[in-house]
Write a protein that binds this ligand. Structure first.
Ligand SMILES: Cc1ncc(COP(=O)(O)O)c(C=O)c1O
Length: 379
């Protein structure tokens, strides 16, 4: 069986060489814009490509404002700070995510609390979130307080796993009832929609990543998206060291961050945004090929988006029957030069988050032992 899958992937990518999980494609104006950027000498955090890239991402996602950052983790960090997350607050997120989601919460001095995902979307479960909040919280002076720890739950960070849209509208409704701000981690879901609205635009703040392994890349890079002008202005300010505008004086009125995306990276981003529609088309075709193949196989399930969701199919995922089979599959494919990877270990199993409060995590534990990503680069 594994040999058949390896054969399929080799046929799709038409190569006998090593097949990576997700490699970038530079087939458009990347070199032209990079050269233009170098010639202009504006290679750092000021320049026309940063503005152009932000405009392109805002237009594509339908967000009013977009603020480019050095990476997606920095965007999350700033997003949480602007959601008023302070030391000793709590932030709810899913245990099944890339470590950056939980780390950004820690950077604020806050405590992550892990609530389960849905089995089908692999993103934060509205049902489990509601149950957790009903059982563990009370509203005091308009704030949601965790009755176990006495700490304020300031924000919820849902994440659209591998580009598959999670049930964000339901999470928004629940959070509104509890007066909790949503910072939507859309690092993996540029080009994914829930009920035809772009992911990352449901919460007060959404964040994107343009790391080398993402659907489009700027080498390293990220973006904060929002419809709130005041959040957008603050985001730009604190990602650029809180420098008070002046022609020559260096005056900074708070401890802030040097998180602005350099123009050089943004030049790459502008070219990648031009290619994005083509990339998404190619990824959709690839997902259809995988889906068609796995429909004939009862033991392996290809993970499809739920009916409300349109996925960018950033990383295609399959569900194997148990941990042993998963491990055999990973060994067979990787030894054959076809790169596959397991889903992340649950955040609450990592040393730094071991003592975090958790809800019932049945679905996350089930998925942790079974989900594997297949090669998903644009063809
Ligand atoms: C879910 C998630 N959140 C956050 C990040 C952080 O993005 P970056 O690597 O650009 O810092 C990533 C990706 O790397 C991610 O997959």
């Amino acid at each position: 069986m594994y040999q058949e899958i390896i054969k399929l992937i080799r046929k799709i990518y038409d190569t006998d060489n090593f097949i990576p999980l997700h490699e970038p494609r530079f087939r458009g104006n990347e070199k032209k814009y990079l050269n233009e950027c170098i010639d202009s000498t504006f290679v750092s955090s000021v320049g026309k490509f940063v503005d152009q890239f932000e405009t392109a991402v805002a237009k594509f996602t339908g967000a009013e404002y977009a603020i480019a950052t050095v990476n997606g983790t920095a965007a999350l960090h700033i997003g949480l700070l602007l959601a008023d997350v302070k030391p000793n607050d709590e932030v709810i997120t899913q245990p099944l995510t890339f470590v950056a989601t939980a780390n950004a919460i820690s950077y604020c001095g806050a405590h992550p609390v892990f609530v389960d995902v849905d089995k089908d979307t692999m993103g934060l479960s509205p049902e489990k979130l509601k149950a957790f909040l009903e059982k563990n919280t009370t509203i005091v002076n308009g704030k949601c307080v965790n009755t176990l720890t006495n700490r304020i739950i300031k924000a919820v960070v849902p994440m659209h796993t591998f580009g598959l849209p999670m049930r964000i509208e339901e999470v928004v409704e629940i959070c509104n009832n509890y007066n909790i701000t949503i910072v939507e981690d859309a690092a993996e879901s540029l080009g994914s929609y829930y009920n035809h609205k772009h992911t990352g635009t449901f919460g007060s703040i959404g964040t994107l990543s343009f790391n080398g392994n993402k659907t489009i890349t700027t080498g390293g890079g990220g973006m904060l998206i929002t419809n709130d002008k005041s959040i957008a202005e603050k985001a730009k300010y604190i990602t650029t060291t809180a420098k008070v505008p002046h022609s020559w004086e260096y005056h900074h009125d708070m401890t802030a961050y040097n998180y602005r995306l350099p123009n050089l990276n943004a030049a790459l981003g502008c070219a990648q945004m031009e290619s994005l529609p083509g990339f998404l088309e190619s990824k959709k075709n690839l997902a259809e090929k995988y889906n068609h193949f796995f429909k004939k196989n009862d033991a392996i399930e290809f993970i499809e988006p739920i009916s409300e969701g349109d996925s960018n199919f950033w990383l295609n995922a399959i569900r194997l029957s148990n941990l042993e089979v998963r491990n055999e599959f990973l060994k067979a494919t990787n030894e054959a030069g076809v790169m596959t990877r397991p889903i992340w270990k649950l955040m609450n199993s990592l040393p730094m988050y071991k003592s975090a409060q958790c809800g019932n995590l049945d679905n996350s534990e089930f998925l942790e032992n079974r989900i594997v990503n297949l090669p998903s680069s644009v063809i």
